[in-house]
Design a protein around this ligand. Structure first.
Ligand SMILES: CC(C)=CCC/C(C)=C/CC/C(C)=C/C=C/C(C)=C/C=C/C=C(C)/C=C/C=C(C)/C=C/C=C(C)/C=C/CC(C)(C)O
Ligand SMILES: C[S@@+](CC[C@H](N)C(=O)[O-])C[C@H]1O[C@@H](n2cnc3c(N)ncnc32)[C@H](O)[C@@H]1O
Length: 369
């Protein structure tokens, strides 16, 4: 309440003016101004990043510092446009401005080069930003969004069959490829946080193109690695596993967790970036299927961005929550909200497991009594 009272006081223009007249409080005012400016400019920053990604600027700077003229030729941009982009990218630490008007890779540009999945998501964001053009209309459900077409299962109503046919096959391919590109780090973090050793059979439900089960099969060859996904995605998983030479080490099931029972016999069942795609009623149905499929004493592992806590995490409560709003289905949930869903389905001993990079996925495990 104290914080709330302070904020009400800060909303008073006269108090703001008086407060900013002291050196110490002027520092606070400066910090708040910068934070507010970053929120106002977020879209500008993301489009500067998109320009860098589309122009493949980071690759062009990876060979060492270059003068503007040489970069301009390479980007097929005027000197002025190139200088403008390089200065903006330097301010965002994507690029480094070195002596003698030369530019090199910045620390964040380097991180993006080292993690190609980020570039794929940056390109993907064009759909999200189009959907967010009128955020109030979106919040009112008055927008037919691009993302609802990108994720074909997002339009399903309870009881509907999964979308099928040539017109949605492209969508299945696009999203499962996008997910596969960003799954490797999450898979490693999950298996680091919840070592598979000692378990017998692990079923990854909504396993996409099988990146997680591939890492599982390599990390713990003694554990039977299985996955399930919709037929269109399961077929892509088999092809990807075949290409990786892993198909003989993984069992791929085709199924629909809304209409089919899940394969039984697993002592670990994972839902990785699955539950938050669905509203509460559907999430309960998925959790109930998991409970039926697991052996008594088995473990359900849920990995996805979680928020809603007092810290109200920007990644989950702002980014992913609005992403899922634009998708047309699902929402991020707090640990407490997911715990309620799990305990209502007969799971117990729900506990958070610390992951190395909680930014992309928080992890909860629960026991099937
Ligand atoms: C002296 C030297 C050399 C160094 C000293 C300093 C030092 C050690 C620095 C460390 C350098 C380092 C290791 C940096 C690492 C940086 C990394 C790993 C950065 C990673 C960034 C990842 C990002 C920005 C990921 C973004 C992911 C997004 C936006 C994911 C979107 C996911 C979507 C849309 C999923 C949709 C699925 C649905 C529908 C929600 O279910
Ligand atoms: C956001 S993706 C996550 C994929 C993967 N677990 C990962 O983390 O990259 C959600 C997955 O759930 C699958 N899925 C959606 N609805 C499904 C259903 N009714 N039955 C089975 N899988 C489904 C999708 O095909 C997709 O692979």
């Amino acid at each position: 309440m104290l914080r709330h009272g302070r904020n009400l006081l800060l909303a008073n223009p006269s108090f703001q003016k008086w407060a900013a007249s002291f050196p110490l409080t002027r520092l606070v005012a400066e910090r708040q101004s910068n934070a507010l400016f970053d929120i106002c400019s977020g879209f500008v920053y993301s489009q500067i990043l998109l320009a860098c990604v589309r122009l493949d600027l980071f690759t062009k700077l990876a060979g060492g510092p270059r003068p503007i003229v040489s970069v301009a030729e390479d980007l097929d941009l005027s000197f002025d446009a190139t200088q403008r982009l390089l200065r903006a990218a330097t301010a965002l630490k994507l690029v480094d401005h070195l002596e003698g008007e030369r530019y090199g890779l910045g620390e964040l540009g380097a991180a993006l080069l080292a993690n190609p999945s980020i570039g794929a998501v940056v390109e993907h964001h064009a759909l999200l930003y189009a959907d967010l053009t009128d955020p109030v209309a979106l919040l009112r459900g008055d927008v037919k969004t691009e993302l609802s077409g990108y994720w074909p299962y997002a339009n399903r109503k309870p009881g509907d069959p999964a979308p099928a046919g040539a017109d949605v096959d492209e969508a299945y391919a696009a999203y499962s490829e996008l997910m596969a590109q960003s799954q490797l780090d999450i898979a490693e973090d999950i298996l680091d946080a919840f070592p598979p050793t000692g378990h017998r059979r692990w079923l990854d439900v909504g396993g996409g193109e099988g990146v997680f089960v591939s890492v599982l099969a390599i990390t713990a060859p003694e554990v039977e690695a299985q996955m399930l996904d919709l037929p269109q995605v399961a077929a892509r998983a088999r092809a990807a596993l075949q290409t990786r030479g892993m198909l003989s080490r993984v069992t791929v099931h085709e199924g629909d967790f809304f209409s089919d029972s899940l394969p039984k016999g697993a002592d670990v069942l994972s839902l990785i970036r699955v539950l938050h795609d669905h509203d509460d009623e559907a999430a309960r149905a998925i959790i109930a299927r998991a409970h039926d499929a697991l052996e008594p004493g088995g473990t359900l592992l849920i990995a996805e961005p979680m928020g809603g806590g007092r810290g109200s995490d920007r990644v989950s409560d702002a980014y992913f929550n609005f992403y899922l709003l634009a998708m047309g289905r699902g929402r991020t949930r707090s640990v407490a909200e997911i715990t309620c869903l799990l305990e209502a389905s007969g799971f117990s001993d729900v506990r958070a497991v610390a992951s190395r990079r909680p930014m992309l996925a928080n992890i909860l495990v629960a026991q099937r009594v």
